[in-house]
Design a protein around this ligand. Sequence first.
Ligand SMILES: [Fe+2]
Ligand SMILES: [Fe+2]
Length: 154
Amino acid sequence: MLAETSAVAGLPANPSQPLYIVWKPEYNLGAPILDEQHRGVVSTINSLHHAMSHDTGKSVLRPIIGMVKDYTDIHFRVEEAFLAEFRYPGYGPHQELHNELRQELDKVGHDSLWHGDPYEFMQFLRTWWLTHICVQDRLYLGHLLAARPQASSR
Ligand SMILES: [Fe+2]
Ligand SMILES: [Fe+2]
């Protein structure tokens, strides 16, 4: 009876269930807007995982998948604009990494997600993002911090 009620309402059976990706302080780069957006991307992935885990149906999944794609693209555009503005030497290869994920996400529709193993896709997203944030994004950090305009020169 209780499970039935939860399923109908689309509510989690256990609201204290841990998040799929728990944000850790060591994921922060120290660049406020980029850190905020990284947490935002992780938030969209957690929402997708929650929806999949609780069988919320396609009407809910469709906008969440769209949210993951759109927010990922928003973040990539903002980050690439910084890298271009500050003439990061690794801009091309970094953008290529972003484009690879853009292409992967383009393949994912609310139907195609279910043709494979959806949890494999979730694991792919988790590994991709944690590696990207903790390794690849960290590579440009020194360049951005060194190249940023100094307050005294304005
Ligand atoms: Fe990046
Ligand atoms: Fe990033």
